[in-house]
Design a protein. Structure first.
Lengths: 335, 335, 335, 335
């Protein structure tokens, strides 16, 4: 992911100069720097932040280092574009936001789907009132290839709610222009029980309840062998908007066995434009002194939904969404 | 609905003779009998059951009379095809089933979607193992035109769970070849609050948990102004099957405003073939002395899911699915 | 085809009484009469026409008997619905039309696609001016299963232009509301050369030129193994209308190999509604004393296009469309 | 177009160095050079060719300057990627090819659709024999916005056959792996008669006949107000492959008026990937000393089809395809 961002910045966002790249493996940083003709490379974020030419940083580390990275970068006075999620728990999220606030720098969270042309067009029509009052939010996120078990062992990223579903949780807020107040999750590890040991799941359905009365459901599935499949629908009192397409290329093959299409297989293909637009928008806003379009607050609120979904999954009950870091007590009855 | 069944039987199922028709309004019964050239008509089911020429009856009354109708018809020794739902509560359902069992007659419940060519083809592929182990069940049922308030006042039919969603609850069992063990429902009346007075909802999302570990979600919406929209997906370990199409006619209109298609608007259009196949299959099985394909037990099990969904909606918690009639105690923690 | 019409008339057009059925094989006529509970059956059209109870006849014989059948039926004073084509040559067509005209009876030609809901909706929008001035007419007609060689040997039906493509030639006039003035055909027998012996082709592309300047192309193919595939497009100055769908059932199968749909396989499936509406409309117009909606003149004009297409195929040059029966001279340069 | 190629080369093809840019307007060349940080700029191709650092040139001038540009560049010993068409007549085409041949340089013609992922996938399956023997080739090319009359007046580019349809003529050869031997064209200017003065047309249908017996049809339309619409189908003895999609973004809007999608509007959007892949492939082949994938011969053969189509349009008869420059005699009867 970091490499893709670097390529976009280096080649397609001429208004920014990609000064340096850092990676826990300094050798890998060096290779990418060479390939992309970037002047400096470093073995750590901290080392890179010493570089006086840097005004802003893009953080695309494993999830568990996001919050700490934001803190360090903010303390160095940099503006920040950080991949989702903001953090893996609410306490860390608050720490990161406080650091940004104290430093007076700017933070954008990488909810790149907001920049996808299809989602953006959908939002425009929702804002124009074309579907009336939103009533139901639906989203499906399916990855093609299940993560290897080693990924669960290292746990550099959070469980599916924090890493994948959080995109849908952000869309759930953004497209509905409303806040989720409680959630209920059913999950399964039936076809891969070993995942349960690491506290993760293979598939989940999360019911949502909104402040203004609307409802929703988000499904996630990490091993849809047939393709990378993202679909979202906002159903309103006057119509509905459906975003999603499985087609990889616009070609249909007709044989005696039926019609057949090739399907999308990876998020970097489906959302290539979105990633580029995201970085462009961040750079433009920073250069023009404007606030980023997807704020740290947005990162916090999506995280709060993920945290509640995980609790519902663990506790087998509906859970209220709160931005307060967990304390062992209450919070058990959601309405 | 009764008229459609009568037309199908009279015109397209020559192996059955449609002897008589009954309606609470004897005048309406007379009109339909005249139009369809049916020899006898009656003002009540009871009166019609005196007719010695009748071997089997098809019940398509308002929902609240289903269970009682089944009892009476069974006591007269008739085989029965009854529209869904079997009953509006589990106690009535058991009474109806006991009457059928005691009389030794046969009962089929009108889950006509099982006869739809698309659902039937999906089931065939699932049974052939083409998608591997089912992991997630998803279904959407949206009606085009909201019921008038008078429909809620008379309450001849049950709330949306019993009347619409029950089709999806049946598919949830049939296509997954597994039983639903617990449910969680979020519902909304936000865009039509007056419906809440009658205990009904405008939209709902119901999470499902299955015996063998799979999960699911069923959405219902009673006023999707854009069309009649039914979609179902079974996601498995090796692939997924999606049933559903909005297109009313295969014509696309391309103008500077974009492409445009006419959408389906009514279940009698979408499922015309299914209703006919259902009646044909019932008649053939009865004539050949075979058990009906969709049993009273199927009616009971789908009803049990609806009852649990209603309780979850009322009690704001997950509810275990049980075929036992409600008793005021326990049953509050679902897993 | 005759059987399908008989079923429709007997079961779904109650305003008509299907009095009798005739077939060159009296035994087959008897069987169908028994199965459909029709009172009389005959071994020839002539014998049937003696029956005084008959007001109108539907002719669905092999193509080569159409014109003669129309003459005989007209001479008996019957109204007639005759399958397409009107005749296999213009001389016979004129004889048939003269007989109808002399007898003062009414004749409808079986261009059933005009009754298909999708084509009918397209026509309505064209008439409403929604696509502006029609500029290009395109049509594709592909049959799934190639005819057996015996069909060519018996030659009961004409070559593909008269039997299949004639539907497109009728649409070419009807949807464009203009007349075709000249045609150019390229044809092929490359993948089945034995067909050439019988003067027929496996595939053809026919360019069309219209009176008011528009242009068009019609493609036919008799062995599209993948399905029965009919598509038509009318391209106008303000938009375009596309009719056609390959999907047999609204179900999509998603596997690692891609998405897959079952395709339509037969015209009786694709156009089931159209055949029924056609017969209904004919019966209603006859009963109400109105002229049929698809006239003998329409039959003649579509035939004239087919005749010109065949000549273009034989003579390897563009050919002007004329309703005059062929005479050995001229007619060679089309503009 | 030249600018797009420059952007692709500068930003996304790091293995090439974009040394200089030339434009008839030196000021425009300067602007682009500044914007894209290109070291040199020139007011003519000839001036630019003096630059010793240049190994290869990409020509994207108006069509009428292509052949002359190729000659000049070849004489300077450069490898060349030239936009289609190779020339506007066969005499110029041969002159350009002779110059390249004499200079021993390499020439690629810009049939970028061969690099489109959908067309490339289609070709792969055709080559794998998945559709059996190709029988029919169909292609549709529709532009959204009609050219202004000034474009016809300046006539920097050829008529539609040379500028748009030539893409389809190239696909007609490439995908069918066969040569077109004769063509027949019907054209229209009915909705914009003033175009006829300049020898151009608004729409055309061109029938094709192939060496091995297959047939085809290519339609072009320059003012399809609804969108940029390119579709191609290769129909074979065992199946068919259809390439084409109108959808601009994967979003469907469902309202009481029906479903609605935004349509593609420009070839630079639809074929963005193809243009990039084309340039990449050219650069890689040149660097590795391989022959270009789309040769000057390919340019000549597609041009020959366009020339024949224009003659058929003018002479109102089928025309044989020949690579020989026109001589006033013969060539009138195509088979």
């Amino acid at each position: 992911m970091g490499k893709r961002h670097a390529e976009n910045l280096r080649r397609l966002v001429p208004q920014a100069v990609l000064v340096a790249i850092a990676d826990a493996s300094q050798e890998r940083a060096r290779q990418v720097a060479t390939e992309l003709e970037i002047e400096s490379y470093y073995g750590s974020l901290e080392a890179m932040l010493e570089n006086k030419r840097i005004d802003a940083v893009l953080i695309a580390t494993p999830d568990k280092f996001h919050a700490q990275g934001i803190q360090v970068a903010a303390q160095s006075g940099k503006d920040i574009l950080c991949e989702k999620p903001l953090a893996l728990n609410l306490a860390d999220a608050h720490k990161a936001l406080r650091a940004v606030s104290k430093a007076g720098t700017r933070l954008q969270i990488g909810f790149m789907r907001r920049y996808d042309p299809a989602y953006a067009a959908a939002m425009k029509r929702i804002e124009a009132g074309e579907i009336g009052t939103p009533v139901i939010f639906k989203s499906v996120g399916r990855d093609k290839d299940q993560p290897p078990l080693s990924a669960y062992q290292s746990m550099l990223n959070g469980m599916v709610f924090y890493n994948n579903t959080i995109h849908d949780f952000d869309l759930a807020r953004w497209l509905m222009r409303d806040e989720v107040t409680s959630v209920h999750a059913f999950t399964t590890t039936a076809i891969r029980p070993e995942v349960a040991e690491y506290g993760d799941v293979v598939a989940s359905v999360v019911n949502l309840k909104y402040e203004r009365g609307a409802i929703g459901n988000v499904e996630s599935y990490v091993q849809a062998v047939y393709g990378y499949d993202v679909r979202t629908e906002v159903v309103g009192s006057n119509g509905s908007i459906f975003v999603g397409s499985l087609e990889k290329i616009p070609a249909v093959f007709l044989t005696a066995g039926g019609s057949q299409c090739a399907l999308a297989d990876h998020f970097l293909t489906r959302f290539a434009d979105a990633y580029l637009e995201e970085v462009r928008d961040f750079v433009n806003n920073i250069l023009d002194g404007r606030a980023p379009r997807v704020s740290g607050e947005d990162g916090l609120k999506a995280l709060a939904i993920a945290v509640a979904a995980e609790e519902s999954h663990r506790e087998l009950k509906p859970v209220e969404v709160t931005e307060e870091p967990a304390n062992p007590a209450s919070k058990t009855t959601a309405r």
